[in-house]
Design a protein around this ligand. Structure first.
Ligand code: FRU
Length: 491
C-alpha cells in the first residue's frame, strides 16, 4: 500500500478513493461536526461495476478520512446515486425521538420473473454517525413501473410546507415528490419537458435556494440537472442549471427554454450536488462534482484507482447583464492547502514564452490578474515539458476563455480527449482574473471571481512541470501572479 498517494496521476489535494472506481458524489451531509462524502464506488475493480456507496468524512472539507463501504448491493439491487439528510425531528420513527442520518438512494435492479430492469428509491438509516447503516424493511419506498430511468433522489426539508421534498431524475424530466416521513411519497409536479438541454438522459438533480448578490430579501431557487453523454456531441456528460422559483410543489423556470446555462464549461465536472444540513451559522451552499466524463471515464490512464472529486466549491448567485447566474469558488477552507507562496511581479509582458517557475510537484494554485492594453491572446502553459503543455488562456479579441489540452499528455485512450474548448467571458474594466488549481491530473479554472468555471482532466508526464506565461499579439500587463504550492492532504 502506498501511504502517500504517490502513484502516477494521483491527486494530492482532491478526494480520490483509496483503490478502485469512483463516480458521482452521493449523500453529502453535515452532522455532529463531520462532513460526510459518500460516492458511487465499485470496490472490486477500476471500471464501473455493481455500485456501492463508498464513504469518507472530513472535519474541514479539506482533509478526508476513508471509511469502509457504507452501502452494498442487496436482494433488491445495486446502490445508485442519492442523498442523505438529518432527520432532526425523527419523522421516520427510526431514531426513538432522537435525530439521525437517513440515506435516500436508488436501487437499480432486475425483476426475477421477467428479467426486466427497474429503478426505485429506498432508505437506509444510521444511528452511529454514518458508520453503520440499516436498510428500511419497507424498501423500496418509491417505484414507478412505467419509468425505466427513475433515479438519483435529492431530498431536503421544505420549511414552508413542513415536509420533505424529493427531486428525482425521471427520463428527461425532473419530478418533485413530497412526504411527511420519507417513507410515503406523493408526486407534486414534473418539470423540464420543454425546457433546457435534452440530448441525453437527465441525472443527479439538486434544488436549493440562494440570495442574489447576497441580498436575503431577493432569493432564487437553483435547479441543477446533469445531462448524460450523447455520442453525437463532443462535450459528453455535463451539468446544466435553471434559476427560478419553487413553492414546495412546482418549479418555475425564470428563463425561456432556449437558454441553456452550464454549470462548468470544462469537460470534467459531472453529477455534482450540494451538502445538506450545514450548521445554522453557515449559510453557504457547498457543492462537489465528479471530475470525469462518461465519454471516457472508464478509460482514463490511472492504474489502481480511477476517479476523483472537484474541490468543494461555494455556490452563489449574482445579477448580471444576462440575468441571474451561478458563481463558484473553492470553499474558503482551501486556503489551508497552501504551504508556500511565490509572488512573481512583472510589469509589462509582450509576445513570447517564458518559464516563470518549475514547482517540485504539479500541485499548486495560481492567482493572476491581467490588464488588457491591446487585445491579443494570453495566459499560461501549465504542466509544460519538452512535448507537453496544458494551455489555460484568454482570447481578448473573441472574449473567450479556453483550455487547450490537445498536447497535455496522455490522450490516446479516447479520440475526443485531446481538444481545445472555450467559453465566453467578458473582461471586467479591461481586466481578467484567473484562479487555477493544478493537481497532477486535473486543472480547475475559476475566472473573474468565479463567474466562469472550467474543469478538465489532463494526464501529463511527471516531468512536465513548467509554468509558463505567454502573450501573443496585442499587449497585456500582468498585474500580479502568485503561485501557492499546495500540500498532499494524505501525508
Ligand atoms: C450519473 C449516474 C447516475 C446513476 C449513477 C450510477 O453519473 O449515471 O444517474 O445513479 O451514475 O453509477
Amino acid at each position: 500500500k502506498e501511504p502517500f498517494y504517490t502513484e502516477t496521476f494521483r491527486p494530492q489535494f482532491h478526494y480520490s478513493p483509496e483503490t478502485n472506481w469512483l463516480n458521482d458524489p452521493n449523500g453529502m451531509v453535515y452532522y455532529n461536526g463531520e462532513y460526510h462524502l459518500f460516492y458511487q464506488h465499485h470496490p472490486d475493480g477500476t471500471t464501473w461495476g455493481p455500485m456501492h456507496w463508498g464513504h469518507a468524512v472530513s472535519v474541514d472539507l479539506i482533509h478526508w478520512e476513508h471509511l469502509p463501504v457504507a452501502l452494498k448491493p442487496d436482494e433488491i439491487g445495486t446502490i445508485f446515486s442519492g442523498s442523505a439528510v438529518v432527520d432532526w425531528n425523527d419523522t421516520t420513527g427510526f431514531f426513538g425521538g432522537q435525530s439521525g442520518l437517513v440515506a435516500i438512494f436508488t436501487h437499480d435492479g432486475t425483476k426475477p420473473d421477467s428479467g426486466e430492469k427497474f429503478q426505485a428509491q429506498s432508505l437506509a438509516y444510521s444511528t452511529d454517525n454514518g458508520r453503520t447503516w440499516n436498510r428500511y424493511e419497507g424498501n423500496p419506498v418509491l417505484l414507478d413501473e412505467n419509468q425505466a430511468d427513475f433515479r438519483d433522489p435529492k431530498v431536503f426539508w421544505h420549511e414552508e410546507s413542513n415536509r420533505w421534498v424529493m427531486v428525482l431524475a425521471t427520463g428527461q424530466t425532473i419530478s418533485f415528490y413530497t412526504s411527511p416521513d420519507l417513507k410515503s411519497w406523493v408526486l407534486a409536479s414534473v418539470f423540464g419537458e420543454n425546457q433546457g438541454f435534452h440530448d441525453g438522459v437527465w441525472e443527479c438533480p439538486d434544488l436549493f435556494q440562494l440570495p442574489v448578490n447576497g441580498n436575503e430579501a431577493l432569493k432564487k431557487w437553483v435547479l441543477l440537472v446533469s445531462v448524460g453523454d450523447n455520442p453525437d456531441f463532443l462535450e459528453g456528460s455535463r451539468t446544466q442549471y435553471f434559476i427560478g422559483d419553487f413553492d414546495g410543489q412546482t418549479f418555475k423556470n425564470d428563463y425561456s427554454h432556449d437558454t441553456t446555462l452550464w454549470l462548468d464549461h470544462g469537460r470534467d465536472n459531472y453529477a455534482g450536488v450540494s451538502w445538506s444540513d450545514l450548521p445554522e451559522s453557515d449559510s453557504r451552499r457547498i457543492y462537489i462534482g465528479w471530475m470525469s466524463n462518461w465519454k471516457y471515464a472508464n478509460l482514463t490512464p490511472s492504474k489502481s484507482w480511477r476517479g476523483a472529486m472537484t474541490l468543494p466549491r461555494e455556490l452563489s448567485l449574482a445579477m448580471t447583464e444576462q440575468g441571474i447566474r451561478l458563481r463558484q469558488l473553492p470553499v474558503k477552507e482551501s486556503a489551508a492547502l497552501r504551504t508556500e507562496t511565490i509572488e512573481l511581479k512583472r510589469n509589462e509582458f509582450m509576445a513570447g514564452n517564458q518559464i516563470v517557475y518549475t514547482p517540485e510537484t504539479n500541485a499548486y494554485e495560481l492567482e493572476a490578474e491581467f490588464d488588457i492594453k491591446e487585445p491579443g491572446v494570453f495566459g499560461f502553459a501549465l504542466c509544460s515539458g519538452s512535448l507537453e503543455k496544458t494551455v489555460v488562456g484568454y482570447d481578448a479579441n473573441a472574449q473567450k476563455l479556453f483550455i487547450d489540452r490537445s498536447q497535455s499528455g496522455k490522450s490516446d485512450f479516447h479520440r475526443d480527449f485531446a481538444v481545445k474548448h472555450e467559453a465566453e467571458l467578458k473582461p471586467k474594466d479591461g481586466k481578467v482574473k484567473l484562479k487555477v488549481y493544478v493537481d497532477w491530473s486535473s486543472v480547475e479554472v475559476f475566472a473573474n471571481d468565479g463567474e466562469l468555471t472550467m474543469t478538465d482532466l489532463i494526464f501529463p508526464d511527471s516531468s512536465s512541470r513548467g509554468v509558463e506565461w505567454f502573450a501573443e499579439e496585442g499587449s497585456v500587463q500582468l498585474l500580479s501572479l502568485n503561485v501557492h504550492l499546495l500540500k498532499n492532504i494524505w501525508a
